[in-house]
Ligand binder design. Structure first.
Ligand SMILES: CC(=O)SCCNC(=O)CCNC(=O)[C@H](O)C(C)(C)COP(=O)(O)OP(=O)(O)OC[C@H]1O[C@@H](n2cnc3c(N)ncnc32)[C@H](O)[C@@H]1OP(=O)(O)O
Ligand SMILES: CC(C)C(=O)C(=O)O
Length: 581
């Protein structure tokens, strides 16, 4: 055997220039009158989480009982009403876990149905029913593969033998559940999966399902679940939808049948297959959180749920605390959620690039301004409001050398309440870009904030800093100012400067010109409050112009006049430093 593997590995190395001899295109069902392309999904399907079965069987280290219980509780809290809790005939861990659920009062909510999977083998069916018996609601899930490949290679069975295997299993299930019902009051449901449905002849899948149905005899009140797995995803998702529509329209007594999907993600299109499958008539979807499961995984139920939600359809699953869901699934599965995972990855609400940040921050501002009259979510680049999954807006915008002024300004606004005028955004954006380019890494908000303080001399004063001031009025448009100014560098020391003008700004310009012979004009000026109540502060931004060169200054103080004067000192100190360079 090992010699064979070596040989295959040797022959198969490298991609073929002409793969057409080795790989054949999938032949789908002929369905010229297909209806699904014209439909829209308007309601959530029935969901079944198979995290504890298909997900668990695919883990390098399957969950232990404690982890399974934690996961089960999570699934119940999220709103799942059908949960496949394991493959109890496979291991004592699974069997004991299912018994623990059943035997511990209150663990399984009354409206939750647990289900367990069994191959079509008598002793395994008996053991599975042994595990489930006593649960208020339980689904016995029977499966056997029906495709030609499995018939030929795995089972070496004819079609007839495959059909007989399914019938034998179905009969064994009927017998065993009847027997179990004599001693325990379980409300039994039945599910059959023609495994490898996606690669089977559609008419043969139908034939097997009809045979199982005639044994289980579903009613309107107790429909049978036919779960039609894309055990392996075979082709583009439309081909799966065709198979589902074909099955859904051809199966007899459709009203007594729940058509269920179980898409795997081999081609990366399980989500699309599940959505098109619903258009094609399916009522129910099986999958796992974040797409865990065999190989490339089962369909991701989180993505499916949010795909509905962002079309305005409530999915009947509540992922409000998405961070907690991620934490628990990562801990139990020991597999991390990818940072780019739809809706859930820790980078999916994050923009580093300047034009994205600009559009997002404008979009968020526009949304905030109009949401009371029009709550429709329309923000560039963000299909979901991060608040709906408890994410902080601050996490959306992160800064590196690809970022622009808008993102930086957004962070200063959200983290420090500083609403920078556009021209100052441009100036400081360039400062941040230089800094991050040199650093070659993402900047934290702490670093950006420190850089802002250093650049605009908010913590360590520059050449000129305001110590105190007195303002007096000489009439309606005439003010005199006296400022105590600390000077660093040349002529260092403390001095008092005096001047007058039609307001405090023009008065301080006059005072600086008189005392230090500094001639400049005030360009743009703006101020705003930061915070509210007793702790309110004022932030002032001023542009000073020396000939054609402008420098921005920033001042923050409890007192609004003081913040303006500080902004002037900040600007002229920066000009003095730049002039000295
Ligand atoms: C697509 C899916 O995810 S299906 C679910 C798959 N999950 C699992 O297999 C997890 C748990 N499985 C197990 O623990 C084991 O495989 C068991 C307990 C079920 C069976 O173990 P074993 O008896 O040692 O059999 P083993 O796993 O080696 O091989 C499977 C055998 O069952 C047969 N088989 C496979 N599926 C089925 C089925 N649905 N119904 C009946 N027989 C089946 C195979 O043909 C093979 O038969 P063979 O021994 O005559 O060749
Ligand atoms: C048993 C079935 C439902 C399955 O897991 C699959 O085919 O992928």
């Amino acid at each position: 055997m090992s010699a064979n593997f070596e040989k295959i590995a040797h022959v198969a190395r490298g991609m073929l220039k002409d793969p057409s001899k080795k790989y054949k295109p999938f032949q789908g069902v002929h369905l010229p009158n297909r209806q699904w392309p014209g439909r829209v999904i308007t309601k959530a399907p029935r969901w079944l989480s198979t995290d504890l079965r298909d997900g668990n069987q695919a883990l390098p280290d399957p969950m232990n009982g404690e982890e399974k219980l934690r996961y089960f509780k999570l699934l119940c809290n999220l709103g799942f009403k059908e949960i496949e809790v394991g493959f109890p005939s496979a291991s004592q861990t699974d069997f004991a876990f299912v018994r623990h659920l059943v035997e511990t009062p209150g663990l399984i909510p009354d409206d939750v149905t647990i289900s367990a999977l069994s191959p079509s083998r008598d002793h395994l069916i008996t053991r599975t029913i042994e595990a489930l018996r006593g649960s208020k609601n339980a689904t016995l899930h029977l499966y056997n593969a029906v495709s030609p490949l499995f018939r030929d290679v795995v089972f070496r069975n004819s079609k007839q033998e495959t059909l007989e295997l399914a019938k034998k299993g179905a009969k064994a299930v009927t017998m065993a559940t009847k027997h179990a019902a004599e001693s325990t009051p379980t409300n039994w449901g039945f599910q059959y999966s023609p495994e490898t449905f996606s690669d089977a002849e559609p008419d043969f899948s139908l034939e097997v399902c009809e045979a199982v149905k005639s044994i289980w005899k579903p009613t309107l009140a107790k429909p049978i679940i036919f779960n039609l797995p894309a055990t392996v995803e075979m082709s583009t998702p439309n081909t799966y939808a065709d198979l589902i529509e074909y099955f859904s329209t051809q199966i007899s007594e459709r009203e007594k049948v729940c058509v269920s999907l179980h898409p795997h993600n081999d081609r990366g299109t399980a989500v699309a297959a599940a959505e098109l499958g619903q258009l094609a008539g399916a009522d129910r979807v099986e999958g796992c959180l974040f797409g865990n499961g065999e190989r490339t995984g089962n369909v991701d139920l989180v993505t499916l749920a949010f795909n509905l939600y962002t079309q305005g359809v409530y999915p009947n699953l509540d992922f409000s605390k998405l961070d907690e869901v991620i934490r628990i699934t990562e801990a139990c599965n020991k597999i991390n959620v990818h940072p780019r995972h739809p809706y859930a990855g820790n980078l999916v609400f994050t923009a580093f690039s300047g034009s994205h940040q600009d559009a997002i921050s404008k979009g968020l501002r526009a949304y905030d301004d109009r949401k009371d009259v029009d709550p429709t979510w329309k923000v560039p680049y963000l299909p979901l409001d991060p608040h709906d999954v408890n994410s902080e807006y601050a996490a959306i915008i992160r800064v590196n050398s690809q970022s622009g002024k808008g993102g930086v300004a957004y962070l200063l606004k959200t983290n420090r309440g500083l609403d920078l005028p556009r021209a100052l955004q441009v100036e400081f954006g360039a400062v941040v870009k230089d800094y991050s380019d040199n650093k070659g890494k993402e900047l934290t908000i702490g670093e950006i904030s420190d850089l802002f303080n250093t650049t605009y001399l908010l913590e360590f004063p520059g050449r000129f800093s305001l110590n105190d001031y007195t303002l007096s009025s000489n009439g309606p448009r005439s003010k005199s100012i006296s400022c105590v100014v600390d000077v660093k560098g040349k002529n260092a020391g403390r001095c008092v400067i005096e001047g007058s003008g039609n307001g405090p700004m023009s008065a301080v310009v006059d005072a600086l010109r008189r005392q230090f012979n500094i001639a400049f004009d005030i360009g743009q000026y703006s101020e705003h409050a930061i915070g509210s109540g007793n702790s309110v502060k004022a932030a002032s931004y001023v542009e000073v112009k020396f000939n054609n060169t402008s420098f921005w200054g920033v001042g923050i103080d409890d007192d609004v006049t003081s913040s303006g004067l500080k902004a002037v000192m900040s600007a002229i100190s920066r000009a003095a430093t730049e002039g000295a360079k």
